[in-house]
Design a protein around this ligand. Structure first.
Ligand code: SF4
Length: 665
């Protein structure tokens, strides 16, 4: 049978939302590549998704409902029918809700798919009907989102395609090679046209020919660095006070804190030289247009919200808005409005809101009522939540009824009582709004699901009906849900093309005929339309910097890698975990690349191989986030070393506050 090609959209947690062209031969996916018709996808996708057939047909793919046999956590399961699985899950949830109250049930989910239908859709309808505990999604992006909302509302940011207009660009705490690879060509093009490009990151993640200046800031020190820039601009009379007076408030608290950070003090704290800080300050002040690509690296520590706010204040303080290629980019997903209530109704769900970053505490602590049922989908907390030992202690509880709906046998699924087979994005429907580009894409099945896998929309529909919930949404098919969801989306300046989306196509949108120009065609979406340089979410002591409170010698970062999308692909793409150090740090410990080492602190200990790289700065160690236990010699991974508390805003995870030592094993 000749190969056929089908079009769909990548919904994985990545800013790019690529348009995909999938080749199918004899009913099986034989190639995943870029849709040649998409300008934004531009003829290339990442290796992770190009290799997606490995996940689709992996031996550990879950193809049928399974019930645990034997001791919890040992991975023994037997096949059961869907009917038995639904009866068992529904029966247990009903019994737990009757005995302990609905709040004894905790749904645990995140961004396994970033689609609008796979998370916070029918799942929320189902768990709200049960009166389950809610989940505070703190593991990523919460501080940045809250700060950006408070400062600018969901103001659409500078499109990547407009980066070549800029004369100066700072990429701050983002690694486009690990996630957001479609930014890289635009950075190159900007530089080819004469732009000056700087990178603020503990690691040199962009190459010699791609940036002009690297500021290797120590983890957790982005705030002093940003405040030092602001201090210098004030001293030099470079602040655009006219712009601030006309468009913003909250300047004084920011300037007061910035006054505490002359360059010399900031250099001593951040680990970045005085000259480099001065050069960054001067280039940004003197270049027009200038812009900041703010990533999510600076938020992953106890000063994270304050740091993001200081970084996002830069274009306001320097008056960089109003021209193409000037301003900032964080997340652009706020440009798409999705009226979920039009499909599932308005939820009145006011139960307790539990912090996902403290799952170990929640499962092991003294909650009233205790968590008696954990329902995991779109997530793999055993690999991704801080304080891994506590999480695993919780999953080992014999009185915890655990359900996992996933595509492959994850580290979390191995602890479950019931494991349910989930479709991959090549086998199901979803709707994706890019958070990097200005694109809406349909996600449609290109092949039949493996085995008996179903979408989580169908899972929660089946469970909802089994529990007697009579909402109309539980009766709809996935294609109908996609069609209704697309109809419930509003895009700036354009009607949604329902036919295109339902066929797996992508629709771009723009603002008055072109990507947005901040403060010209896109504006602050705060309630009063002003920019708030000191948003209330920063608390009683805005812009106050707190030093790290652990004294282990190396700061551990656990960033995105080119192999994993958070913990997705861990079954096949990261066979061997490594810790990476600067060669001088390795030599100081008598270690060399390839050595077996233990990475330890008071929380945990990871046994793995050592790698060395001059792209690291001394004083910092890096281990990929989301690694599975199989990649580690002793089963523990980076989250075993990470604290589960410390963030001022919303209790968000502070992965980069981990401090460690590395020793020979
Ligand atoms: S993960 Fe990102 S770069 Fe890779 S295919 Fe998906 S959207 Fe594109």
């Amino acid at each position: 049978m000749p190969a056929e090609a089908k079009t769909t959209t990548c919904p994985l947690d990545c800013p790019d939302a690529c348009a995909l062209d999938v080749e199918i031969t004899d009913g099986r996916v034989t190639r995943v590549g870029p849709d040649a018709g998409s300008d934004y996808t531009a003829g290339f996708i990442c290796g992770k998704v190009a290799g997606f057939p490995r996940r689709l047909y992996h031996p550990e793919r879950i193809r049928h409902p399974l019930r645990r046999v034997g001791p919890r956590g040992e991975g023994g399961f037997e096949r059961i029918s869907w009917q038995e699985a639904i009866d068992t899950v529904a029966g247990n949830l009903r019994a737990i809700a009757q005995r302990w109250g609905g709040e004894a049930i905790l749904p645990f989910h995140y961004g396994g798919s970033n689609g609008l239908l796979t998370d916070e859709f029918l799942d929320h309808l189902f768990f709200s009907r049960l009166g389950a505990s809610r989940l505070a999604k703190t593991i990523c992006a919460l501080p940045a989102t809250e700060v950006a909302l408070g400062m600018y509302g969901k103001m659409p940011g500078v499109a990547f395609s407009d980066y070549p207009h800029a004369r100066a660009i700072v990429v701050w705490g983002a690694n486009p090679r690990g996630s957001n690879i479609h930014l890289v060509p635009y950075l190159k093009e900007a530089r080819r046209r004469g732009a000056w490009v700087a990178l603020v990151d503990p690691r040199r993640t962009l190459g010699e020919g791609e940036i002009d200046l690297h500021l290797p800031v120590l983890p957790g020190q982005d705030l002093p660095l940003a405040l030092a820039l602001i201090h210098r601009w004030r001293e030099a009379g470079q602040l655009d006070r006219e712009f601030v007076a006309g468009h913003a408030d909250g300047l004084d608290p920011l300037l007061e804190r910035a006054a505490e950070w002359p360059l010399e003090r900031a250099a001593g704290t951040t680990g970045v030289g005085v000259e480099a800080i001065a050069e960054l300050a001067d280039r940004l002040a003197e270049s027009d247009p200038a812009l900041v690509r703010c990533g999510w690296g600076p938020e992953r520590n106890r000063n994270g919200a304050q740091a993001i706010a200081a970084v996002l204040s830069i274009p306001s303080l320097l008056g960089k808005f109003g021209v193409r290629g000037g301003g900032y980019t964080l997340s652009n997903n706020g440009a798409v409005k999705f009226d979920r209530d039009a499909i599932i109704g308005r939820l009145d769900w006011r139960t307790r809101n539990l912090n996902m970053s403290q799952l170990g505490r929640l499962l092991c602590g003294d909650l009233d009522p205790p968590i008696k049922a954990l329902f995991v989908y779109n997530a793999n907390p055993a690999a991704s939540v801080p304080d891994q030992r506590a999480v695993l202690r919780g999953l080992a509880r014999d009185d915890l009824f655990t359900v996992v709906h996933d595509q492959v046998m994850t580290d979390t699924a191995r602890w479950a009582d019931i494991v349910l087979p989930a479709v991959t994005f090549l086998e199901g429907h979803d709707l994706r709004a890019g958070y990097g580009n200005y694109m809406l894409g349909g996600v449609v099945p290109v092949v039949r699901p493996e085995g008996e896998a179903i979408s989580n929309m169908q899972l929660f529909s089946r469970l909802g009906r089994a529990l007697g919930f009579d909402d109309e949404a539980f009766l709809l098919s996935d294609p109908e849900l996609l069609r209704r969801a697309a109809a419930a989306v509003s895009l700036p300046g354009v009607e949604v093309d329902l036919e295109l989306i339902a066929a797996g196509g992508q629709q771009g949108y723009d603002f008055d005929g072109a990507p947005p120009v901040q403060l010209a065609t896109s504006h602050p979406l705060t309630p009063d339309g002003k920019i708030h340089l000191t948003p209330p979410v920063l608390g009683a002591e805005p812009y106050r910097w707190l030093p790290p409170d652990d004294d282990w010698p190396l700061a551990l970062v656990s960033p995105a890698s080119q192999r994993l999308t958070y913990s997705t692909f861990g079954e096949c793409s990261l066979e061997r975990l490594t810790i990476t150090l600067h060669p001088d740090e390795a030599a100081a410990r008598g270690l060399a690349a390839g050595d077996f080492v233990r990475v330890l602190n008071q929380r945990g200990e990871v046994h793995c191989r050592l790698a060395t790289s001059a792209a690291m700065r001394p004083g910092v160690a890096a281990m990929p986030k989301g690694a599975w236990s199989r990649s580690s010699l002793n089963g523990e991974t980076s989250t075993a070393l990470c604290p589960d508390d410390g963030q001022v805003v919303g209790g968000a995870a502070c992965f980069n506050d981990a401090r460690v030592e590395v020793e020979a094993l």
